[in-house]
Design a protein around this ligand. Structure first.
Ligand code: GLU
Length: 363
């Protein structure tokens, strides 16, 4: 028995006109039902709400304003879920709609509730169909097309395999539109080595993903011990092989080093809103002793951010990690270099740590 998270990108859920690709969706639902019958558990993560909503609202090109994208998603989501629900119901399977956000995943009680709900649904043999709750968040709209969400869900449910279905064959050595000699990368074990490749940011005019966010999602899943596959969801053979536990497209084996899901999210998915430059002593303590960052170690604050935002932590020009700041940029500028007692005299309600060790991850 295997537990699989299967993510469908916008470009395979909808065609260029924004109409649902019924052949792909029914093919996937057919395979989901077959895998379930064989004893596997499947969670679907699907994009396509914006693409379907755009069509309903008569928008020919993907809007850029975030409120237009959020509203288009709200229009399309019902139609998107209804399509899956009907296809699965026709094949004898019950489905459930879940709309999640990264915030849900990072707030501990929300995370536990989401995990509890998902595990109960799987115990009931219901197929969860998940999308991001675009109304309240924009992380996946602005970057990712649900790739991170799928990786996060894979971590949440303790999946064995993450399958990212897209409209290209997998990770290529170059952009095929510019280099006809581009070939498929069969397997990725070294994510550092990938920086030499020119990995595209976008795959289609409908979605917001691209190969880069898939690679990052694969890195995130494999760092949690989950194997990942990126393959062509428009190719029925590749799709069936990937869902069946075989090798199709690009394969990412599980990594040896493991991180908690929160730290994975922080490291890979949470956008940074500024930079905190620290002195050598603080840098050493963060790096070698795993301590928290106190205002006394801060020498400079760059950008504007609120308490709760992620920031890069730098020593000079070198990024040493990323963390959630307990202070806004404005507050931190007032108290940088000060000891805790002095900080409290200026900001009586402030916490001792500018970035707590539990909310910090090394680069
Ligand atoms: N949640 C979005 C959707 O369903 C993600 C895709 C995108 O960024 O276009 O459409």
């Amino acid at each position: 028995m295997a537990r699989l998270v299967v993510k469908l990108g916008s470009s395979i859920v909808a065609d260029d006109e924004g109409a649902p690709r019924m052949d792909v969706l029914s093919g996937v639902c057919e395979e989901v039902v077959a895998r379930r019958a064989a004893g596997d558990e499947i969670v679907l993560v699907t994009s396509g709400a914006i693409a379907l909503g755009m069509r309903v609202m008569g928008l020919a090109v993907r809007p850029t304003a975030i409120e237009d994208l959020q509203a288009a998603s709200a229009v399309g989501q019902g139609k998107l879920y209804r399509t899956y629900d009907e296809l699965l119901r026709d094949r004898g399977a019950t489905s459930a709609q879940l709309l999640l956000t990264f915030f849900d995943m990072s707030a501990r009680t929300h995370y536990l509730n989401a995990r509890q709900t998902l595990s109960r649904l799987l115990a009931w043999r219901v197929v969860p169909v998940i999308n991001e709750n675009d109304t309240t968040t924009t992380d996946e709209i602005s970057f990712g097309d649900n790739d991170f969400l799928a990786a996060q869900v894979a971590v949440l449910v303790g999946a064995d395999r993450l399958v990212l279905l897209t409209s290209v064959d997998g990770l290529l050595t170059a952009d095929p539109r510019r280099d006809p000699g581009a070939t498929l990368v069969d397997e990725v074990t070294d994510f550092e080595a990938l920086s030499a490749l020119e990995i595209g940011h976008t795959t289609s005019p409908l979605g917001s993903g691209g190969m880069r966010s898939k690679v990052v999602a694969a890195e995130m899943a494999t760092a949690a011990g989950i194997e990942a596959i990126v393959c062509n969801g428009l190719d029925p053979q590749a799709r069936a092989t990937a869902l069946d536990g075989g090798r199709a497209g690009t394969y990412f084996p599980p990594q040896q080093v493991r991180y908690s899901s929160f730290k994975l999210w922080l490291k890979y998915a949470k956008p940074s809103h500024g930079t905190v430059v620290v002195d050598a002593g603080a840098a050493r303590a963060l790096r070698d002793a795993g301590t928290s960052l106190l205002p006394v170690g801060v020498v400079d604050v760059l950008g504007g951010f609120d308490a709760g935002d992620a920031v890069h932590v730098r020593e000079g020009h070198r990024v040493i990690g990323k963390g959630i700041s307990n202070y806004s940029a404005e507050e931190l500028r007032k108290v940088k270099g000060l000891k805790s007692g002095e900080v409290r005299a200026i900001l009586p309600r402030a916490t001792d740590e500018a970035v707590h060790r539990d909310y910090f991850v090394l680069a």
